[in-house]
Write a protein that binds this ligand. Structure first.
Ligand SMILES: [Fe+2]
Length: 453
């Protein structure tokens, strides 16, 4: 009976390891070579991180085997050879770091596969499995094997394998689907993710500890062990609960922030289109000025935040035109002095409108000073040189560039050469020389002259 059970145990383990190794290679192949991604691959990778399987055993088994080969070659001291002593210690020296390395490796694989932005979420899932493993280690350290009858031990081992398989199936049904959603930053964490440690825990303990407690020897010790590992696993679950809840809250905050930002940009773009719609000859002007201003800012090496800000200022720089009558804006004849005076009010009007947006006080800068000139001959304030805010000087260059590269009622847009010489001519008078040079560089990069209306 014992012999037959022994063969069945070895046979089951052998099939288990061969099958697992094949699954690992299949999963890796699917992930990295075949390019097909599905949930079953995640399931397999996660299942393979169980401590009974995989790299850990391969490496540890290799070391133990080498030790058994080397051992007889050394003289015995006090009944134990040196390699044997090392081998005795090595489960702790080697298995610990290997165990951590395996968890990190598996988490990294899954993170890569899921294209996860937040790797920690994957890592925590694997650490949960780690918690279950730790309980398993505690269980083994109770020397159960020495006090339990061999036949019972074999049955436990086989039933344990079946239990592990069932718990993994449960894991797939309950957790893999919700977990795959974790990959998206905005996704909500499903609380089912906490199911698996208790499931595995209960399965392992009903089988092992339950049986051990029925044995008369070391009853108290095993019961204490049971209590201790129960406490440990619940501490782990509590820690993961806190961590995942934090990830969940961060995700929600990030999502809300992104939504507000998208809405703001869309509102600003809608406003820009409204302004441009007033003038039949400057359709798309504001969006183009915003785009060119941002390109200039990037070329000038400004931070991403500043580049975005200059884009928004560009979008709204002409918002004051809302206060200018359509007849003046669309006038086909030369503007009278009075009409020109009305046009010149638009920076002030724009400033007044944007100044109301208290959360973004900088938005009004572009509107107010984009018609200032470097030599101080611009309007509305006649500011000169560095007195003109830097972002307004950028928008001024982008604004003039777009005016020259757009069709007007009286002319076609200018050639690239004409625009270039016009900018160079006005460097230091109309334009900030540094920004004007930057514009020339952008034009040089625009070989096919795509930057026009
Ligand atoms: Fe303007």
């Amino acid at each position: 009976m014992t012999e037959r059970l022994g063969i069945i145990e070895i046979g089951t383990q052998l099939i288990y390891y061969v099958f697992s190794s094949l699954m690992l290679f299949w999963a890796l192949w699917k992930c990295f070579w075949d390019g097909k991604r599905n949930r079953i691959v995640l399931f397999i990778l996660t299942a393979l991180s169980n401590s009974m399987i995989g790299l850990f055993l391969a490496v540890y088994g290799g070391i133990s085997f080498s030790m058994s080969v080397i051992e007889p070659l050394f003289p015995r001291v006090l009944g134990y050879s040196m390699p044997y002593r090392i081998a005795e210690v090595n489960p702790f020296l080697i298995a610990g770091p290997l165990y951590i390395a395996r968890i990190l490796f598996m988490a990294w694989l899954c993170g890569k596969w899921l294209k996860v932005k937040n790797y920690s979420s994957v890592l925590f899932l694997f650490l949960m499995f780690g918690a279950v493993d730790i309980v398993a280690i505690f269980r083994d350290s109770g020397n159960i094997n020495e006090i339990v009858h061999p036949e019972v031990r074999y049955i436990i081992s086989i039933v344990g394998m079946i239990a592990a398989f069932v718990s993994l199936c449960l894991f797939y049904i309950l957790d893999v689907k919700p977990f795959s959603k974790l990959a998206k930053v905005s996704a909500k964490v499903n609380w089912k993710i906490f199911n698996i440690p208790p499931i595995v825990f209960i399965l392992v303990y009903t089988i092992t500890a339950g049986e051990s407690l029925s044995n008369n020897e070391n009853e108290l010790l095993l019961f204490m062990l049971f209590l201790f590992s129960t406490m440990i696993i619940f501490l782990f679950i509590w820690a993961f609960y806190v961590i995942i809840r934090n990830i969940h809250e961060t995700n929600e905050a990030v999502k809300a922030k992104e939504e507000v930002k998208t809405l703001s940009v869309e509102v600003m773009e809608a406003l820009a289109h409204t302004i441009d719609a007033k003038d039949e000859y400057t359709r798309g002007h504001s969006v183009r000025v915003a785009k060119y201003s941002k390109m200039l800012a990037e070329k000038l090496g400004l931070s991403k935040e500043d580049c975005d800000n200059v884009y928004y200022m560009g979008l709204l720089h002409d918002i004051g035109k809302i206060g200018v009558p359509n007849e003046i804006i669309n006038s086909k004849s030369k503007l009278t002095e009075e009409e020109y005076a009305v046009i010149k009010t638009h920076p002030g009007v724009g400033y007044g409108i944007l100044d109301e947006i208290k959360s973004r006080p900088d938005l009004s800068i572009g509107a107010r000073w984009h018609h200032e000139r470097y030599d101080g001959k611009g309007y509305p304030d006649g500011k000169a040189g560095e007195d003109i805010p830097f972002f307004a000087r950028i928008i001024a260059v982008a604004d003039s560039y777009d005016a020259m590269t757009s069709n007007r009622s009286y002319r076609h847009y200018l050639t690239q050469d004409a625009v270039r010489s016009e900018i160079q001519k006005n460097e230091g008078t109309q334009f900030d020389p540094k920004i004007a040079e930057c514009m020339i560089e952008l034009m040089a990069e625009d070989k096919n002259f795509e930057m026009h209306e």
